[in-house]
Write a protein that binds this ligand. Structure first.
Ligand SMILES: [Zn+2]
Length: 508
């Protein structure tokens, strides 16, 4: 017990000395400039990067460009094979609309023109069975466990129904549970709206290829069926589709169409693809502490290309979200690499993708890091640091570890930067759980998350590079640089507040 109290005393007195001894600190910080920042962000937030969706050609170009920047700074590649790009596995799932369709006697209905998949696209193969039509509204009473077994079910929706929302999807899923081979709900929208929905639905769905939540293959599909296509199916059987639709205010009714067989075949292509994270490492200068790592992160991806806005702009540039943080971290890397002697601990610069899809890249990295995650002592994440107030930046997570106190001290030692890190202004928004740092926090790595808050252009086509405050972002990068050097040289690694550790890491 006695020995331990001596060690604590040393810990309290030494770090300040260690930081002051870092040679060339100011000169290294001076490599971070407004002009340099502007030049770099204009590369990755440019229209030519196509909004950096995961996966996309623009994301690959961005990753390759960042990898080269880090390599030119003299860092080493942090992927397991020694390169700068770590790959993580995704699945691209798409319905083959040429090969898929619904056969009724005398008619072949095809995907895109007549049918739109809503869910269950992982179900493949031919499903042959009868047809049950449901019209009207209310609750169906049945004594059978699976009343629709062996049949396709078409739900004739009211004429003003033009899509399937979440609650409708839930109700339709109940028909699948009741044994339906497929559930099709009619759609009466006009050509333009139908075509747009079909185009959206037939794009590949991309998912992460690990840690999937549910088993696959056992779910029958839900589809939208064009009202005109239903008429084509029913006319030869003397059933008036429009009159079924007019029953929308009447009691619910399910009827089997005698003598009608439908065959639905859905061909799904499920392909493995890979997405990039970029990782560069500056080795620590102290042989003992070099096996501990400080990781700086930002996400290089955004949401890609969408429908044109009023000005015809289709590209979601994601300049603030999160080209701004990405370039801040590259700028910190440049300053670290410019130090004549590296900090004692190793510095990891991690630019992830898939953040916008669900923090994929950082989740993969936290599971597959360059060194065991226990050797990671801190994470500084920058996500949206180029807009809003010029002289303050919110630092989320301060209250959860002594990084908050270190930040306060480092910040007060550098008034020349003109940047004050302030508390979380929006605790109700739970931003602590909404960017890449969270994947480190839940693994036990203390974090700080630098974030300027949202704005009118957030996730819009107007999150353009020319709206970025380069000077502000460069000053935030300097603050993160000084903080990183401090933690890199500190005698002891940062510590969680016990209550926060219990809640965030242990989940109790
Ligand atoms: Zn973001």
């Amino acid at each position: 017990m006695k020995k331990r109290s001596v060690a604590i005393l040393i810990a309290l007195t030494l770090p300040v000395v260690a930081t002051a001894q870092q040679p060339g600190l100011e000169q290294a910080a001076a490599t971070i400039t407004e002009a340099g920042y502007a030049q770099r962000i204009n590369v990755i937030a440019h229209d030519s990067m196509g909004g950096r969706n995961t996966p996309s050609a623009g994301l690959e170009m961005t990753a390759a460009w960042i990898a080269k920047e880090l390599e030119q700074l003299g860092l080493r590649g942090g992927a397991r094979d020694g390169s700068f790009i770590q790959r993580y596995p995704l699945r691209s799932i798409v319905v083959d609309s040429e090969a898929s369709g619904l056969n009724a006697p005398g008619t072949r209905l095809v995907f895109g023109r007549d049918l739109i998949p809503v869910s269950g696209t992982t179900v493949t193969g031919n499903a042959q069975g009868g047809l049950i039509l449901i019209s009207g509204s209310g609750t169906l009473e049945t004594s059978e466990a699976r009343p629709f077994a062996g049949n396709h079910v078409i739900v004739v929706a009211p004429a003003d129904s033009d899509g399937v929302d979440r609650s409708m999807r839930q109700r339709l899923s109940a028909l699948i549970t009741a044994g339906a081979l497929s559930v099709m709900v009619t759609n009466s929208s006009g050509d333009e709206s139908w075509t747009a929905s079909a185009r959206r639905a037939l794009r590949p769905t991309v998912r992460k290829a690990w840690g999937e939540r549910r088993a696959e293959g056992s779910f029958a599909p839900i589809l939208q069926l064009r009202m005109s296509a239903l008429r084509e199916i029913l006319e030869p059987h003397g059933i008036n589709a429009s009159s079924l639709q007019e029953r929308s205010g009447s009691d619910i009714e399910a009827r089997l169409v005698e003598g009608l067989e439908l065959t639905l075949n859905q061909v799904v292509r499920d392909e493995g693809i890979l997405a990039p994270n970029v990782v560069g490492i500056l080795n620590g200068s102290d042989p003992a502490l070099a096996e501990e790592y400080v990781v700086f992160s930002a996400h290089m991806d955004h949401v890609g290309i969408g429908e044109p806005d009023a000005n015809g702009d289709t590209i979601f540039n994601g300049a603030d979200d999160d080209a701004s943080g990405t370039i801040a971290i590259v700028s910190v890397a440049e300053a670290m690499a410019a130090l004549p002697v590296a900090p004692k601990r190793s510095m990891v610069f991690l630019l992830v993708s898939g953040e916008e899809k669900g923090l994929w890249g950082s989740e993969w990295y936290a599971e597959n890091p360059s060194a065991p995650i226990e050797q990671y002592v801190a994470n500084f994440n920058a996500d949206m640091v180029g807009r809003n107030w010029p002289d303050t930046i919110v630092a989320i997570g301060k209250e959860h570890s002594d990084l908050g106190e270190t930040l306060r001290r480092v910040n007060s030692e550098h008034p020349e930067i003109g940047m004050t890190a302030i508390d979380d202004l929006w605790p109700d928004e739970r931003f602590y759980f909404r960017s890449d740092h969270y994947n480190f926090a839940r693994k036990g790595v203390p974090i700080l998350f630098f974030f300027n808050g949202t704005h009118d252009d957030y996730h819009g086509r107007d999150d353009e590079p020319n709206r970025i405050d380069h000077d502000k972002a460069a000053r935030i990068a300097k603050l993160i640089f000084y903080l990183g050097v401090d933690i890199g040289n500190a005698l002891n690694p940062p510590e969680w507040n016990p209550e926060s550790y219990r809640q965030i890491v242990l989940g109790r």
